[in-house]
Design a binder for this molecule. Sequence first.
Ligand code: C2O
Ligand code: CU
Length: 500
Amino acid sequence: MNASRAISQPAASRRAFLLGGLATAGTMVLAGCSNDPSPAARPIGATPSLTPSAGQRVVSQSLVAKPTTLDLGGVTVDTWAYGDTAPGPLLRAKAGDMLRVTVDNQLPDDTTIHWHGIRLRNVADGVPGQTQDPIKPGTSYTYEFTAPDPGTYFFHPHVGVQLDRGLYAPLIIDDPSEPGRYDAEWVVVLDDWIDGTGTTPDEVFTKLTGGQGGGMDHGSMEGMDHGAMRGMARDGAQPFGDAGDVAYPHYVINGRAPADPDVLRAKPGQRVRMRVINAGSDTIFAVAMGGHQMTVTATDGWPVEPVTTDAFYIGMGERYDVEVTLDDGVFPLVATPVGKKGIARALVRTGPGRAPADDTTPRELSGQVLMGTDLRPAESSRLDPKDPDDQQMLHLSGQMQPYSWAVNGKPFGQNTPISLTRGSRVRLRMMNMTTMTHPMHLHGHTFALPNGLRKDTVLIAPMRSIDVDLDADNPGDWMAHCHNIYHAEAGMMIALNYVK
Ligand code: C2O
Ligand code: CU
Protein backbone atom coordinates (compact mmCIF):
# COMPACT_ATOMS: atom_id res chain seq x y z
CA MET A 1 0.00 0.00 0.00
CA ASN A 2 1.32 3.37 -0.95
CA ALA A 3 0.08 6.53 0.70
CA SER A 4 0.78 8.65 -2.38
CA ARG A 5 -2.06 6.89 -4.13
CA ALA A 6 -4.39 8.86 -1.94
CA ILE A 7 -3.51 12.14 -3.57
CA SER A 8 -5.69 13.32 -6.38
CA GLN A 9 -5.83 16.39 -8.53
CA PRO A 10 -7.44 19.59 -7.29
CA ALA A 11 -11.10 19.75 -8.13
CA ALA A 12 -10.97 22.57 -10.66
CA SER A 13 -8.56 20.87 -13.02
CA ARG A 14 -10.35 17.56 -12.60
CA ARG A 15 -13.56 19.11 -13.82
CA ALA A 16 -11.90 20.88 -16.72
CA PHE A 17 -10.31 17.63 -17.76
CA LEU A 18 -13.69 15.98 -17.91
CA LEU A 19 -15.58 18.67 -19.71
CA GLY A 20 -12.76 18.97 -22.22
CA GLY A 21 -12.81 15.26 -22.68
CA LEU A 22 -16.49 15.11 -23.37
CA ALA A 23 -16.41 17.96 -25.84
CA THR A 24 -14.02 16.05 -28.06
CA ALA A 25 -15.55 12.68 -27.47
CA GLY A 26 -17.38 12.69 -30.79
CA THR A 27 -14.10 12.51 -32.63
CA MET A 28 -12.69 9.67 -30.62
CA VAL A 29 -12.01 6.24 -31.93
CA LEU A 30 -14.72 3.85 -30.80
CA ALA A 31 -13.74 1.84 -27.79
CA GLY A 32 -15.43 -1.10 -29.44
CA CYS A 33 -16.68 -4.22 -27.82
CA SER A 34 -13.52 -5.25 -26.08
CA ASN A 35 -14.98 -5.37 -22.58
CA ASP A 36 -12.92 -7.66 -20.49
CA PRO A 37 -14.04 -6.66 -17.04
CA SER A 38 -12.11 -9.25 -15.19
CA PRO A 39 -8.49 -10.03 -15.86
CA ALA A 40 -9.08 -13.01 -13.59
CA ALA A 41 -11.90 -14.29 -15.83
CA ARG A 42 -11.91 -18.02 -16.33
CA PRO A 43 -14.24 -20.36 -18.17
CA ILE A 44 -17.08 -21.51 -15.92
CA GLY A 45 -19.24 -23.85 -17.99
CA ALA A 46 -22.93 -24.60 -17.71
CA THR A 47 -24.89 -23.16 -14.80
CA PRO A 48 -26.67 -25.86 -12.73
CA SER A 49 -30.44 -25.44 -12.93
CA LEU A 50 -32.56 -24.91 -9.84
CA THR A 51 -35.66 -26.94 -9.04
CA PRO A 52 -38.35 -25.10 -7.08
CA SER A 53 -39.01 -26.57 -3.66
CA ALA A 54 -42.45 -27.98 -2.84
CA GLY A 55 -45.02 -25.20 -2.99
CA GLN A 56 -42.50 -22.56 -4.06
CA ARG A 57 -43.93 -20.05 -6.49
CA VAL A 58 -41.92 -19.42 -9.66
CA VAL A 59 -41.93 -15.95 -11.21
CA SER A 60 -40.83 -16.07 -14.84
CA GLN A 61 -39.85 -13.17 -17.02
CA SER A 62 -37.95 -12.66 -20.24
CA LEU A 63 -35.77 -9.70 -21.03
CA VAL A 64 -34.24 -8.58 -24.28
CA ALA A 65 -31.03 -6.59 -23.98
CA LYS A 66 -30.76 -4.61 -27.20
CA PRO A 67 -29.79 -1.37 -28.88
CA THR A 68 -32.74 1.01 -29.01
CA THR A 69 -33.68 4.66 -29.39
CA LEU A 70 -35.23 6.33 -26.35
CA ASP A 71 -36.99 9.63 -25.81
CA LEU A 72 -35.85 10.92 -22.44
CA GLY A 73 -38.27 13.84 -22.64
CA GLY A 74 -36.96 16.31 -25.18
CA VAL A 75 -33.74 14.33 -25.54
CA THR A 76 -33.50 11.44 -28.01
CA VAL A 77 -30.68 8.97 -27.54
CA ASP A 78 -29.44 5.79 -29.12
CA THR A 79 -28.64 3.48 -26.27
CA TRP A 80 -28.82 -0.07 -24.97
CA ALA A 81 -31.76 -1.10 -22.80
CA TYR A 82 -33.90 -3.99 -21.60
CA GLY A 83 -36.61 -3.69 -24.22
CA ASP A 84 -37.55 -0.19 -25.29
CA THR A 85 -37.55 1.64 -21.98
CA ALA A 86 -35.07 2.75 -19.36
CA PRO A 87 -35.59 1.81 -16.61
CA GLY A 88 -36.46 -1.61 -17.99
CA PRO A 89 -39.58 -3.54 -16.94
CA LEU A 90 -40.24 -3.83 -13.20
CA LEU A 91 -39.54 -7.31 -11.90
CA ARG A 92 -41.58 -8.16 -8.83
CA ALA A 93 -41.91 -11.24 -6.63
CA LYS A 94 -42.61 -12.24 -3.04
CA ALA A 95 -39.93 -13.14 -0.52
CA GLY A 96 -39.19 -16.83 -0.92
CA ASP A 97 -40.28 -17.00 -4.56
CA MET A 98 -38.01 -18.45 -7.18
CA LEU A 99 -37.20 -16.14 -10.07
CA ARG A 100 -36.54 -17.50 -13.52
CA VAL A 101 -35.39 -14.78 -15.89
CA THR A 102 -34.27 -15.44 -19.43
CA VAL A 103 -32.09 -12.82 -21.07
CA ASP A 104 -31.87 -12.64 -24.83
CA ASN A 105 -28.65 -10.79 -25.65
CA GLN A 106 -29.17 -8.78 -28.81
CA LEU A 107 -26.37 -6.38 -27.92
CA PRO A 108 -23.21 -6.24 -30.03
CA ASP A 109 -21.30 -7.15 -26.86
CA ASP A 110 -21.13 -9.76 -24.12
CA THR A 111 -23.39 -9.12 -21.16
CA THR A 112 -24.64 -10.57 -17.85
CA ILE A 113 -27.18 -9.55 -15.22
CA HIS A 114 -26.33 -8.95 -11.58
CA TRP A 115 -29.25 -8.93 -9.11
CA HIS A 116 -28.01 -6.13 -6.94
CA GLY A 117 -28.52 -6.70 -3.22
CA ILE A 118 -30.17 -10.10 -3.48
CA ARG A 119 -28.71 -12.76 -1.19
CA LEU A 120 -28.93 -15.39 -3.92
CA ARG A 121 -27.09 -18.55 -4.84
CA ASN A 122 -23.63 -17.76 -6.13
CA VAL A 123 -24.05 -19.22 -9.63
CA ALA A 124 -26.81 -16.69 -10.40
CA ASP A 125 -24.82 -13.61 -9.33
CA GLY A 126 -23.99 -12.51 -12.87
CA VAL A 127 -20.25 -11.93 -12.60
CA PRO A 128 -18.57 -13.05 -15.83
CA GLY A 129 -15.48 -15.14 -15.34
CA GLN A 130 -16.42 -15.73 -11.71
CA THR A 131 -19.95 -17.12 -11.52
CA GLN A 132 -20.78 -17.66 -15.20
CA ASP A 133 -19.44 -17.32 -18.69
CA PRO A 134 -20.45 -14.05 -20.36
CA ILE A 135 -23.65 -14.18 -22.42
CA LYS A 136 -22.42 -13.86 -25.99
CA PRO A 137 -24.20 -11.66 -28.54
CA GLY A 138 -27.07 -13.53 -30.19
CA THR A 139 -27.44 -16.04 -27.34
CA SER A 140 -29.69 -16.25 -24.35
CA TYR A 141 -29.21 -17.32 -20.76
CA THR A 142 -31.54 -18.19 -17.89
CA TYR A 143 -31.06 -17.02 -14.31
CA GLU A 144 -32.74 -19.08 -11.60
CA PHE A 145 -32.57 -18.11 -7.96
CA THR A 146 -34.61 -17.74 -4.80
CA ALA A 147 -35.03 -14.21 -3.45
CA PRO A 148 -35.08 -14.66 0.32
CA ASP A 149 -35.39 -11.10 1.63
CA PRO A 150 -38.10 -8.50 0.96
CA GLY A 151 -37.04 -5.06 -0.19
CA THR A 152 -36.14 -2.68 -2.97
CA TYR A 153 -33.44 -3.89 -5.35
CA PHE A 154 -32.46 -3.47 -8.98
CA PHE A 155 -30.59 -5.33 -11.65
CA HIS A 156 -27.95 -4.37 -14.19
CA PRO A 157 -25.13 -5.90 -16.27
CA HIS A 158 -21.80 -6.77 -14.69
CA VAL A 159 -19.77 -6.25 -17.84
CA GLY A 160 -17.61 -3.20 -18.44
CA VAL A 161 -19.45 0.09 -18.01
CA GLN A 162 -22.77 -1.18 -19.44
CA LEU A 163 -24.59 0.04 -16.32
CA ASP A 164 -24.10 3.57 -17.68
CA ARG A 165 -26.21 2.69 -20.73
CA GLY A 166 -29.97 2.26 -20.22
CA LEU A 167 -29.45 -1.28 -18.91
CA TYR A 168 -31.08 -1.24 -15.49
CA ALA A 169 -34.48 -2.02 -13.98
CA PRO A 170 -36.10 -2.16 -10.54
CA LEU A 171 -36.55 -5.45 -8.70
CA ILE A 172 -39.03 -5.48 -5.83
CA ILE A 173 -39.40 -8.33 -3.40
CA ASP A 174 -42.62 -7.98 -1.43
CA ASP A 175 -43.03 -9.02 2.17
CA PRO A 176 -46.17 -11.17 2.45
CA SER A 177 -46.45 -10.29 6.14
CA GLU A 178 -45.97 -6.54 5.86
CA PRO A 179 -48.97 -4.48 6.96
CA GLY A 180 -48.56 -1.95 4.08
CA ARG A 181 -49.57 1.25 5.76
CA TYR A 182 -49.70 3.18 2.51
CA ASP A 183 -52.23 3.89 -0.23
CA ALA A 184 -49.97 3.96 -3.25
CA GLU A 185 -46.47 2.99 -4.24
CA TRP A 186 -44.09 4.72 -6.64
CA VAL A 187 -40.82 3.35 -7.89
CA VAL A 188 -38.41 6.23 -8.44
CA VAL A 189 -35.23 5.38 -10.34
CA LEU A 190 -32.51 8.03 -10.54
CA ASP A 191 -29.84 8.05 -13.23
CA ASP A 192 -27.05 10.16 -14.67
CA TRP A 193 -27.30 10.06 -18.46
CA ILE A 194 -24.63 10.41 -21.14
CA ASP A 195 -25.10 7.48 -23.55
CA GLY A 196 -26.11 8.54 -27.06
CA THR A 197 -25.47 12.25 -26.43
CA GLY A 198 -22.42 12.27 -28.71
CA THR A 199 -20.49 9.75 -26.70
CA THR A 200 -20.87 6.35 -25.04
CA PRO A 201 -19.84 5.11 -21.61
CA ASP A 202 -17.06 3.08 -23.25
CA GLU A 203 -15.71 6.28 -24.81
CA VAL A 204 -15.98 8.07 -21.47
CA PHE A 205 -13.98 5.28 -19.85
CA THR A 206 -11.37 5.38 -22.60
CA LYS A 207 -11.12 9.14 -22.17
CA LEU A 208 -10.72 8.83 -18.40
CA THR A 209 -8.04 6.18 -18.66
CA GLY A 210 -6.64 7.00 -22.08
CA GLY A 211 -3.15 8.14 -22.93
CA GLN A 212 -1.98 7.70 -19.37
CA GLY A 213 0.22 4.69 -19.98
CA GLY A 214 -0.30 1.28 -18.57
CA GLY A 215 -2.10 2.25 -15.41
CA MET A 216 1.12 2.68 -13.47
CA ASP A 217 0.96 4.96 -10.49
CA HIS A 218 3.40 7.81 -10.80
CA GLY A 219 1.28 10.17 -8.76
CA SER A 220 0.10 13.47 -10.14
CA MET A 221 2.49 16.40 -10.06
CA GLU A 222 -0.22 19.06 -9.89
CA GLY A 223 -2.04 17.15 -7.23
CA MET A 224 0.89 16.33 -5.01
CA ASP A 225 0.25 19.04 -2.45
CA HIS A 226 -2.80 19.06 -0.22
CA GLY A 227 -5.08 17.36 -2.74
CA ALA A 228 -6.94 15.72 0.07
CA MET A 229 -7.54 18.93 1.99
CA ARG A 230 -8.88 20.73 -1.03
CA GLY A 231 -11.15 17.88 -1.84
CA MET A 232 -12.70 18.06 1.59
CA ALA A 233 -12.88 21.82 1.89
CA ARG A 234 -14.35 22.52 -1.52
CA ASP A 235 -18.00 21.82 -0.76
CA GLY A 236 -18.38 22.75 2.86
CA ALA A 237 -22.10 22.00 2.71
CA GLN A 238 -21.80 18.40 1.56
CA PRO A 239 -19.76 15.69 3.20
CA PHE A 240 -18.56 13.79 0.15
CA GLY A 241 -15.55 15.74 -1.20
CA ASP A 242 -15.14 14.99 -4.88
CA ALA A 243 -18.35 13.11 -5.48
CA GLY A 244 -17.93 12.08 -9.14
CA ASP A 245 -15.71 12.09 -12.21
CA VAL A 246 -18.12 12.71 -15.08
CA ALA A 247 -20.11 15.88 -15.81
CA TYR A 248 -23.28 14.36 -17.27
CA PRO A 249 -25.40 16.29 -19.76
CA HIS A 250 -28.65 14.93 -18.25
CA TYR A 251 -30.00 13.62 -14.98
CA VAL A 252 -33.22 11.63 -15.17
CA ILE A 253 -35.94 10.21 -12.95
CA ASN A 254 -37.66 7.15 -14.37
CA GLY A 255 -35.93 7.83 -17.67
CA ARG A 256 -37.27 11.37 -18.06
CA ALA A 257 -35.35 14.64 -18.20
CA PRO A 258 -36.74 17.71 -16.33
CA ALA A 259 -38.27 19.37 -19.40
CA ASP A 260 -40.83 16.57 -19.85
CA PRO A 261 -40.82 14.74 -16.52
CA ASP A 262 -42.47 11.61 -15.26
CA VAL A 263 -45.75 12.47 -13.49
CA LEU A 264 -46.54 10.57 -10.30
CA ARG A 265 -50.24 10.72 -9.42
CA ALA A 266 -52.22 10.14 -6.26
CA LYS A 267 -54.97 11.81 -4.24
CA PRO A 268 -54.44 14.55 -1.66
CA GLY A 269 -54.00 13.11 1.81
CA GLN A 270 -52.88 9.73 0.53
CA ARG A 271 -49.85 8.10 2.03
CA VAL A 272 -47.39 7.02 -0.63
CA ARG A 273 -44.45 4.70 -0.38
CA MET A 274 -41.61 5.69 -2.68
CA ARG A 275 -38.92 3.17 -3.46
CA VAL A 276 -35.97 5.28 -4.53
CA ILE A 277 -33.13 3.60 -6.42
CA ASN A 278 -29.91 5.27 -7.55
CA ALA A 279 -28.98 3.52 -10.81
CA GLY A 280 -26.44 6.24 -11.64
CA SER A 281 -22.89 5.27 -12.50
CA ASP A 282 -20.99 8.22 -11.09
CA THR A 283 -23.48 10.44 -9.21
CA ILE A 284 -24.61 10.76 -5.60
CA PHE A 285 -27.98 12.54 -5.42
CA ALA A 286 -29.71 14.62 -2.76
CA VAL A 287 -33.47 13.93 -2.93
CA ALA A 288 -36.40 16.08 -1.77
CA MET A 289 -40.08 16.65 -2.53
CA GLY A 290 -41.17 20.29 -2.61
CA GLY A 291 -43.58 21.13 0.23
CA HIS A 292 -43.24 17.74 1.90
CA GLN A 293 -41.24 15.87 4.47
CA MET A 294 -40.39 12.24 3.92
CA THR A 295 -40.15 9.43 6.43
CA VAL A 296 -37.35 6.99 5.67
CA THR A 297 -38.47 3.45 6.53
CA ALA A 298 -35.87 1.17 4.92
CA THR A 299 -32.54 1.18 3.14
CA ASP A 300 -31.18 -1.52 0.83
CA GLY A 301 -34.21 -3.65 1.73
CA TRP A 302 -33.73 -3.46 5.51
CA PRO A 303 -36.19 -1.66 7.82
CA VAL A 304 -34.81 1.26 9.85
CA GLU A 305 -36.14 3.20 12.83
CA PRO A 306 -38.31 5.67 10.89
CA VAL A 307 -36.77 9.13 10.51
CA THR A 308 -38.57 12.13 9.07
CA THR A 309 -36.46 14.46 6.98
CA ASP A 310 -36.64 17.22 4.38
CA ALA A 311 -34.07 15.51 2.16
CA PHE A 312 -31.69 12.56 1.98
CA TYR A 313 -28.55 11.53 0.13
CA ILE A 314 -28.47 8.40 -2.01
CA GLY A 315 -25.27 6.94 -3.44
CA MET A 316 -24.87 4.79 -6.53
CA GLY A 317 -26.37 1.35 -5.87
CA GLU A 318 -28.19 2.44 -2.68
CA ARG A 319 -31.95 2.25 -2.19
CA TYR A 320 -34.20 4.11 0.25
CA ASP A 321 -37.86 3.49 0.97
CA VAL A 322 -39.65 6.62 2.16
CA GLU A 323 -43.26 7.39 3.03
CA VAL A 324 -44.94 10.72 2.33
CA THR A 325 -48.42 12.03 3.10
CA LEU A 326 -49.37 14.09 0.07
CA ASP A 327 -50.65 17.62 0.03
CA ASP A 328 -53.05 18.99 -2.59
CA GLY A 329 -51.43 20.35 -5.76
CA VAL A 330 -48.40 19.88 -7.99
CA PHE A 331 -44.96 19.39 -6.45
CA PRO A 332 -41.48 18.78 -7.78
CA LEU A 333 -39.71 15.60 -6.72
CA VAL A 334 -36.10 16.62 -7.19
CA ALA A 335 -32.74 14.85 -7.14
CA THR A 336 -29.72 17.12 -7.39
CA PRO A 337 -26.37 15.60 -8.36
CA VAL A 338 -23.91 16.23 -5.52
CA GLY A 339 -20.92 18.30 -6.63
CA LYS A 340 -22.23 18.63 -10.19
CA LYS A 341 -24.43 21.01 -12.16
CA GLY A 342 -27.89 19.93 -13.21
CA ILE A 343 -31.09 18.54 -11.80
CA ALA A 344 -33.30 15.49 -12.08
CA ARG A 345 -36.99 15.79 -11.37
CA ALA A 346 -40.38 14.21 -11.56
CA LEU A 347 -43.73 15.86 -10.82
CA VAL A 348 -46.06 14.78 -8.06
CA ARG A 349 -49.62 15.66 -8.98
CA THR A 350 -52.59 15.28 -6.62
CA GLY A 351 -54.77 18.00 -8.11
CA PRO A 352 -54.98 20.63 -10.83
CA GLY A 353 -52.43 23.39 -11.03
CA ARG A 354 -49.43 24.62 -12.94
CA ALA A 355 -46.18 22.70 -12.78
CA PRO A 356 -43.31 24.58 -11.15
CA ALA A 357 -40.48 25.69 -13.45
CA ASP A 358 -38.19 22.83 -14.44
CA ASP A 359 -35.19 24.14 -12.55
CA THR A 360 -37.03 24.81 -9.27
CA THR A 361 -34.94 23.59 -6.37
CA PRO A 362 -37.17 22.92 -3.39
CA ARG A 363 -36.39 24.77 -0.17
CA GLU A 364 -36.18 21.31 1.45
CA LEU A 365 -32.77 20.87 -0.19
CA SER A 366 -31.21 23.89 1.47
CA GLY A 367 -31.23 22.54 5.02
CA GLN A 368 -29.98 19.36 6.63
CA VAL A 369 -29.76 16.42 4.23
CA LEU A 370 -29.96 13.00 5.89
CA MET A 371 -26.93 10.73 5.57
CA GLY A 372 -27.89 7.08 5.28
CA THR A 373 -25.14 6.12 7.72
CA ASP A 374 -26.94 8.15 10.43
CA LEU A 375 -29.98 5.88 10.26
CA ARG A 376 -30.51 3.28 12.96
CA PRO A 377 -31.70 -0.25 12.26
CA ALA A 378 -35.13 -1.57 13.15
CA GLU A 379 -34.73 -4.33 15.75
CA SER A 380 -35.69 -6.90 13.11
CA SER A 381 -32.75 -5.79 10.94
CA ARG A 382 -30.01 -6.39 13.48
CA LEU A 383 -27.47 -9.17 13.23
CA ASP A 384 -27.35 -11.45 16.27
CA PRO A 385 -24.81 -10.01 18.67
CA LYS A 386 -21.49 -11.77 18.20
CA ASP A 387 -17.82 -10.85 18.20
CA PRO A 388 -16.08 -11.14 14.85
CA ASP A 389 -14.11 -14.34 14.27
CA ASP A 390 -12.01 -12.68 11.64
CA GLN A 391 -11.09 -9.21 10.40
CA GLN A 392 -10.18 -8.30 6.84
CA MET A 393 -8.99 -5.04 5.36
CA LEU A 394 -10.30 -3.33 2.24
CA HIS A 395 -7.91 -0.45 1.64
CA LEU A 396 -9.27 1.83 -1.09
CA SER A 397 -6.82 3.91 -3.10
CA GLY A 398 -6.52 5.71 -6.40
CA GLN A 399 -6.68 9.01 -8.20
CA MET A 400 -7.72 10.72 -11.43
CA GLN A 401 -4.36 10.95 -13.20
CA PRO A 402 -3.44 8.42 -14.12
CA TYR A 403 -6.99 7.15 -13.72
CA SER A 404 -6.47 4.18 -11.53
CA TRP A 405 -8.39 2.77 -8.57
CA ALA A 406 -7.52 -0.15 -6.39
CA VAL A 407 -8.39 -2.28 -3.38
CA ASN A 408 -5.53 -3.42 -1.15
CA GLY A 409 -2.91 -1.67 -3.25
CA LYS A 410 -3.66 -3.27 -6.59
CA PRO A 411 -6.44 -3.15 -9.16
CA PHE A 412 -8.83 -6.07 -9.46
CA GLY A 413 -7.17 -9.01 -11.18
CA GLN A 414 -3.88 -8.21 -9.47
CA ASN A 415 -5.09 -7.96 -5.88
CA THR A 416 -5.37 -11.01 -3.67
CA PRO A 417 -8.90 -12.29 -3.05
CA ILE A 418 -10.11 -12.15 0.53
CA SER A 419 -10.81 -15.57 2.07
CA LEU A 420 -14.02 -16.15 3.98
CA THR A 421 -14.66 -19.12 6.21
CA ARG A 422 -18.18 -20.47 6.13
CA GLY A 423 -20.04 -19.91 9.36
CA SER A 424 -17.81 -17.11 10.61
CA ARG A 425 -18.66 -13.53 11.53
CA VAL A 426 -16.29 -11.36 9.51
CA ARG A 427 -15.43 -7.74 10.10
CA LEU A 428 -14.42 -5.83 6.97
CA ARG A 429 -12.51 -2.65 7.68
CA MET A 430 -13.03 -0.43 4.64
CA MET A 431 -10.54 2.46 4.60
CA ASN A 432 -10.93 5.18 2.02
CA MET A 433 -7.49 6.68 1.42
CA THR A 434 -8.67 8.91 -1.44
CA THR A 435 -10.25 12.35 -1.88
CA MET A 436 -13.41 10.88 -3.38
CA THR A 437 -16.43 9.21 -1.84
CA HIS A 438 -16.93 5.56 -2.80
CA PRO A 439 -20.21 3.63 -2.53
CA MET A 440 -18.87 0.22 -1.54
CA HIS A 441 -21.12 -2.70 -2.47
CA LEU A 442 -20.91 -6.34 -1.43
CA HIS A 443 -22.47 -9.15 -3.44
CA GLY A 444 -24.50 -12.00 -1.98
CA HIS A 445 -24.53 -10.71 1.61
CA THR A 446 -25.58 -7.76 3.67
CA PHE A 447 -23.45 -6.19 6.35
CA ALA A 448 -24.06 -4.33 9.58
CA LEU A 449 -22.54 -0.92 10.23
CA PRO A 450 -21.14 -0.25 13.72
CA ASN A 451 -24.57 0.97 14.87
CA GLY A 452 -26.21 -2.18 13.50
CA LEU A 453 -27.70 -0.63 10.33
CA ARG A 454 -27.98 -3.32 7.65
CA LYS A 455 -26.96 -2.45 4.11
CA ASP A 456 -25.31 -3.85 1.01
CA THR A 457 -23.97 -0.54 -0.30
CA VAL A 458 -22.44 2.17 1.88
CA LEU A 459 -20.99 5.58 1.07
CA ILE A 460 -17.51 6.07 2.48
CA ALA A 461 -16.45 9.71 2.52
CA PRO A 462 -12.86 10.80 1.75
CA MET A 463 -10.24 9.67 4.27
CA ARG A 464 -12.87 7.87 6.35
CA SER A 465 -12.90 4.32 7.49
CA ILE A 466 -15.84 2.11 8.40
CA ASP A 467 -16.08 -1.35 9.94
CA VAL A 468 -18.88 -3.58 8.70
CA ASP A 469 -19.76 -7.03 9.98
CA LEU A 470 -21.20 -9.85 7.93
CA ASP A 471 -22.12 -13.46 8.46
CA ALA A 472 -20.33 -15.70 5.98
CA ASP A 473 -23.38 -17.86 5.33
CA ASN A 474 -23.64 -17.91 1.54
CA PRO A 475 -20.78 -19.93 0.06
CA GLY A 476 -19.23 -19.04 -3.27
CA ASP A 477 -16.95 -16.55 -4.93
CA TRP A 478 -18.25 -13.01 -4.54
CA MET A 479 -17.31 -9.43 -5.33
CA ALA A 480 -16.95 -6.28 -3.32
CA HIS A 481 -16.46 -3.09 -5.27
CA CYS A 482 -17.08 0.58 -5.61
CA HIS A 483 -20.43 1.21 -7.31
CA ASN A 484 -18.96 4.11 -9.23
CA ILE A 485 -18.89 1.98 -12.36
CA TYR A 486 -15.84 3.78 -13.75
CA HIS A 487 -13.92 3.15 -10.54
CA ALA A 488 -14.98 -0.50 -10.50
CA GLU A 489 -13.97 -0.97 -14.12
CA ALA A 490 -10.64 0.74 -13.45
CA GLY A 491 -9.92 -1.74 -10.67
CA MET A 492 -11.67 -0.76 -7.41
CA MET A 493 -12.99 -4.26 -6.90
CA ILE A 494 -11.89 -7.37 -5.01
CA ALA A 495 -13.07 -10.96 -4.80
CA LEU A 496 -14.22 -12.57 -1.55
CA ASN A 497 -13.89 -16.31 -1.91
CA TYR A 498 -15.11 -18.89 0.54
CA VAL A 499 -12.35 -21.25 1.55
CA LYS A 500 -13.20 -24.57 -0.04
CU1 C2O B 1 -24.71 -3.37 -8.56
CU2 C2O B 1 -21.31 -5.68 -8.51
O1 C2O B 1 -22.98 -4.42 -8.52
CU1 CU C 1 -15.23 4.74 -6.19
